[in-house]
Write a protein that binds this ligand. Sequence first.
Ligand code: UDX
Ligand code: UDX
Ligand code: ADP
Length: 469
Amino acid sequence: APVKVQKICCIGAGYVGGPTCAVIALNCPDIQVTIVDLNQARIDAWNSKDFKLPIYEPGLEDVVRKARGRNLFFSTDVDKAINEADLIFVSVNTPTKKSGVGAGFAADLNYVELATRRIASVATSSKIVVEKSTVPCRTAESMRTILEANSKPNCHFDILSNPEFLAEGTAINDLLKPDRVLIGSLQTPEGIDACTALADVYANWVPKERILTVGLWSSELSKLAANAMLAQRISSINALSAICEATGANIDEVANAIGFDSRIGPKFLKASVGFGGSCFQKDILNLVYLSESLHLPEVAAYWRQVVDMNEYQKRRFAKTVVDTLFKTITGKRIAVLGFAFKADTGDTRESAAITLIKDFVAEKALVQIYDPKVEHEQIWLDLAEAIPGTPIEAIKKQVTICASPVEAASKAEAVVIATEWKEFKEIKWEDIYATMDKPAFVFDGRLLLDAEKLRKIGFHVTTIGRGAA
Ligand code: UDX
Ligand code: UDX
Ligand code: ADP
């Protein structure tokens, strides 16, 4: 029979593990939830008295305030939490491999493996182990092999796959009202019991018909497929945006017309300077790598093109900026508004802004960055990684981080919108205009601004997916 879960441990207190398990704790007051991490600073931040949490996510602080100390705990004592729990989420990071076989494509499963081995070596009772990190297909199988080979007598491990579909910036809402919860298990009696035990946890707040139970491999593949299809929509609309710019069609009008078809639907059709985030590129490259290893090169090439189109879109936008500024930006000041990969997050992983700034720096421009949420230190780390071989002091000669949009626009020739922060709509553009060199250019990479209004002020405006006006 399925166990009734009383104690949950979550290994990894990051963007996925933190919000997910905080919401579980909020909705399941009878379950004790302990989130552990090796990173002491991160755990200290989760525990901080003034709720300076390590990640910014609207609504998260509220959830943590309600549950922390009641049935939600953060700790670096990984072994103790593993031992006490009946169910363990593995939510560690799975970056793309930087070296070795599959470098640049395959996921680095080292963190997953280390966490799995830790569970095997310290557990003294049976556990349900839940794979939560996005991982390539068949990772659950490897985890199962490691656990079985290292377990003690009377210790039984069941493996589940329970991919997380939350998007950053809307994580809390996504978790409170998920479109679906997906749980994959072996179709054995034990596997199905473990699946039921986890489904019962979610049933505390998720309607039963939204909890989907499937086979282990379907579950793992669904996560990669969902992200690949979402990213594909953006690359499709971005490919069309290039046609719009060349023909005078308007990408917003086209997207609207397409989206009215109920078979297509209106969401995720916003043309942009390119998608970012920790998931899309990584998961597609995982899918490409999987296809290659299954000897399906045509399938690999098909998905690869979604990422190639995204790179093209970023480069194309940077080139438009240079071309419009009379084919040179050497020594010119360019304000970049937004550094996060999307609005309402401080996360910068794979942000399009990084690629743009890298290109501007290569063209010897002076870049002035403003973002309302991203930590300055993070910006320097990202730029140092993106521009290897150049000492950070040299980068700092060309790049400054500013405290406001007006400061970023000071004496600039152009303002580039890289992130769709709502506050950029509310900027007093007259003030921006006053401080800029003339002619003053605005490049809207997010279809965010009212171009006509800006033109009345005097700006030259270029918008993704619109022909030159
Ligand atoms: C299509 C468009 O749907 C329609 O809006 C447009 O005006 C004309 O082209 P049609 O070709 O008549 O219409 O049929 P449709 O239902 O779109 O199917 C096209 C093909 O896709 C068929 O061979 C169908 O079997 C196939 N298909 C459709 C699938 O293989 N899977 C699906 O999920 C849907
Ligand atoms: C994504 C998936 O949405 C989520 O289900 C999965 O669990 C993790 O990956 P996330 O990366 O947090 O979530 O954000 P998302 O809202 O999907 O945006 C990804 C990128 O696409 C952002 O850079 C965003 O600006 C861009 N985007 C999104 C567009 O350019 N146009 C759109 O229409 C939508
Ligand atoms: P994600 O976006 O997938 O949540 P993050 O990088 O935000 O990824 O979070 C993953 C967290 O997992 C990091 O804080 C990292 O320190 C933690 N972690 C990695 N390996 C282990 C491990 N073996 N035990 C505990 N925590 C780990």
